[in-house]
Design a binder for this molecule. Structure first.
Ligand SMILES: [Zn+2]
Length: 278
């Protein structure tokens, strides 16, 4: 595996605008039909995979408006990341020609094989370039959970099931969670797509967890800080040393002076290109 040459880290605080429910399964001591997911010491958290799913959906919705940028995981787009005939044909070639890992990577890197969002977030074949840490409660306070009454909804008809009640636990609004997103060696488009997601969550348009149709899980990203590391320049050795020896992120990487400006220029760089192509 080649050594990385540049990366970005986004940090901030994700604040709940409405209560949130990410189901944690039974087996906890909480007396409810549907408890929220907790750390081993009992505090609610947001699994990085849950946040990633919501973030990807947000980016895909917007990226689909730019033609050819995102398959949206829908069949028939030509991207082999979606489960369809293109993926089957790709897998067939892979088997018949007995590709090794290096060959697979080079085939996937060919233009048009994977769409930009599948490259960024990952596909059935290859991990993506963006990683989401688990999000833990920002303050060292104990979260006070709430239990809400609900009516059981039939999944197929989406109608209430008569007489069947259940309750579910939520993390109330206003709690904040620490967020860290890592982005390794994105191209211009992938960086822009990541910035689109960060910008949407920054504007309060993000929504995470379950029961979203009931308005749960609306959230807003604040206190955004962006760090970058670039080992491609002339002072590579000096930066690498700083990165390896630094204890904190602030010591390892360079903080971007104006995060909003950074998002704006990353997005507008590709937006003008994409619009010119249409
Ligand atoms: Zn795709």
């Amino acid at each position: 595996m080649a050594a990385f040459s540049y990366r970005y880290v986004f940090r901030g605080r994700l604040k709940l605008l409405t209560a949130m429910h990410i189901g944690g399964g039974r087996g906890t001591l909480v007396p409810t039909d549907s408890p929220v997911v907790r750390t081993p010491d009992g505090r609610p958290f947001i699994p990085g995979s849950s946040f990633k799913g919501a973030f990807r959906a947000t980016v895909e919705k917007l990226a689909s408006a730019l033609s050819g940028v995102s398959c949206g995981l829908l069949p028939g787009s030509g991207c082999v990341g979606a489960q369809d005939d293109a993926q089957k044909a790709f897998n067939k070639r892979r088997r018949n020609e007995n590709w090794d890992e290096a060959r697979l990577v080079s085939e996937l890197a060919a233009p048009g094989v994977l769409c930009h969002t599948c490259k960024l977030f990952g596909s059935a074949f290859l991990a993506g370039k963006i990683q989401f840490d688990d999000l833990y409660l920002a303050d060292e306070l104990d979260a006070i959970m709430q239990i809400r009454d609900g009516v059981a909804i039939d999944r197929d008809s989406e109608k209430a099931v008569d007489g069947l009640k259940y309750d579910y636990e939520v993390v109330p609004a206003n709690y904040g969670f620490d967020l860290t997103i890592r982005l390794n060696e994105p191209d211009t488009m992938e960086l822009a797509l990541a910035c689109v997601g960060v910008s949407e969550f920054g504007a309060g348009f993000g929504q995470i967890g379950g029961l979203r149709s009931r308005g749960l899980g609306r959230c807003q990203l604040g206190d955004l800080r962006i760090y970058e590391l670039d080992l491609r320049g002339a002072d590579r050795a000096e930066r690498l040393k700083r990165y390896l020896l630094g204890a904190r992120l602030e010591d390892k990487m360079t903080e971007v002076p104006d995060p909003s400006q950074f998002l704006e220029s990353a997005i507008s760089r590709v937006l003008s290109q994409a619009l010119a192509k249409e």
